[in-house]
Design a protein around this ligand. Structure first.
Ligand SMILES: Cc1cc2nc3c(=O)[nH]c(=O)nc-3n(C[C@H](O)[C@H](O)[C@H](O)COP(=O)(O)O)c2cc1C
Length: 373
């Protein structure tokens, strides 16, 4: 059954699931597969070396889906920044009207995209409520709230989605989607319950048949647990969550032990070029690559169609199961197979009686300053 949320209404999509921009992953194969599956696929602009290459990729994607898709434009701090205005111009010239923006100082690009006729729908991704509020002033249509669980740039405040999403609901006044840590329909249902209009997923979509990366990397994700990510570059306030491997371990060691604190010392370890090669050669230890804690929830490599259908079904089942939790009468209560109202049930704690005047050593453990352990 299609979902009716602010996101699906605005974009004309069936399932409120967005495939977030992913450097060296967000090509036409993946974006079109997600859009064909009923979600929103996004090309990642900066995977294309020039704006003209992006134009070709957009045209290629159009031949692969007739459903809406968008483009991610990430504004990274760089000594020589890409020509963002030129990328944005190509996006507009090619008729794309859905853009995910992320990164620093998005103001000029958002202004350019909003000045188009018709204006772009902007989903701006950020990791703090403060940044989200600034983006609201810039006129974005949706915030994509990226919790600390997420892959890639986690920000510096380390707030996970349980808090961040409710803060967004309480304070933004603009619709938002939840990003970071989502892989299934239960997650989508939870996000909707917290007030989001949909979810954004990165790592989960990396691990699909259509993601144009080496099979070994997908298998590495399936085998990994939620503890297998590492935060790198914290010292330079550019904290990034990566798949934990030999290179991240070396990088973190340098980060901790360097006496100079010079970025040059760590730069070769966090090279984007080597990270890109990982996706081509399938050697998970060849360089650093991005992944979120959600790797612990990923156990297979489905097609995008199977994945999105599964998420749709799980979310529908979860939402109706949750609705059925509300009943007309207070339940009778049941302890050791008997109604709590039955005096013969006589419930006792497995730790023995607890109460005033009872010599209960465990009670002392919890009494402040009285621990005997
Ligand atoms: C391999 C990879 C590359 C990414 N590259 C970008 C990027 O270039 N720009 C961006 O805005 N987000 C990027 N992200 C973040 C995702 O768009 C998304 O916000 C994030 O993956 C959400 O967390 P999740 O992985 O737990 O779903 C990347 C994520 C991954 C896994």
């Amino acid at each position: 059954m299609p979902f009716n949320t602010a996101l699906t209404r605005k974009l004309g999509i069936r399932v409120p699931v967005v495939q977030g921009g992913m450097q060296w992953v967000g090509y036409a194969e993946l974006a079109s597969a997600v859009s064909n599956a009923g979600g929103l696929g996004l090309l990642t602009a900066l995977t294309q070396p020039t704006p003209e290459d992006l134009r070709k990729e957009i045209r290629r994607c159009k031949t692969m889906t007739s459903n809406p898709f968008g483009v991610n434009l990430t504004l990274l701090p760089a000594l020589v920044p890409p020509d963002y205005a030129a990328y944005a111009r190509v996006i507009l010239e090619e008729g794309i009207r859905i853009v995910e923006t992320a990164g620093n100082s998005p103001g000029p690009v958002i202004k350019q995209l909003k000045a188009a006729n018709p204006p772009c729908v902007i989903l701006h991704k950020c990791t703090t409520i403060r940044h989200a509020m600034s983006a609201v002033k810039l006129g974005v249509d949706f915030l994509s709230i990226d919790g600390f669980e997420c892959a890639g740039h986690v920000g510096e405040s380390d707030i996970t989605n349980f808090i961040l999403l409710s803060r967004a609901r309480q304070s933004l006044g603009v619709p938002f989607i939840a990003s970071g840590g989502f892989a299934d329909g239960q997650g989508l249902a939870a996000a909707l319950s917290l007030g989001a209009e949909g979810i954004n997923m990165g790592t989960r979509f990396m691990c699909t048949v259509e993601a144009p990366i080496h099979e070994n990397i997908k298998k590495a994700i399936v085998e990994a647990e939620e503890t297998d990510t590492e935060l790198v570059l914290r010292r330079w306030r550019n904290t990034t969550r990566l798949f934990a491997n030999k290179v991240t371990k070396d990088a973190v060691k340098i980060e901790r032990e360097s006496t100079t604190g010079k970025f040059e010392e760590i730069a070769p370890y966090v090279s984007g070029k080597r990270g890109r090669q990982v996706f081509e050669n399938g050697d998970k230890d060849f360089g650093v690559w991005t992944a979120g804690q959600v790797i612990g929830l990923i156990h297979d490599i489905p097609t995008c169609s199977v994945l999105v259908k599964r998420i749709e079904k799980e979310a529908a089942e979860t939402l109706s199961k949750t609705a059925s939790l509300l009943v007309d009468e207070v339940p009778a209560g049941d302890i050791v197979g008997k109604s709590i109202k039955d005096p013969s049930a006589n419930p006792t704690s497995e730790h023995g009686a607890v109460g005033k005047g009872v010599n209960n050593p465990e009670a002392q453990v919890w009494g402040i300053g009285k621990s005997k352990l």
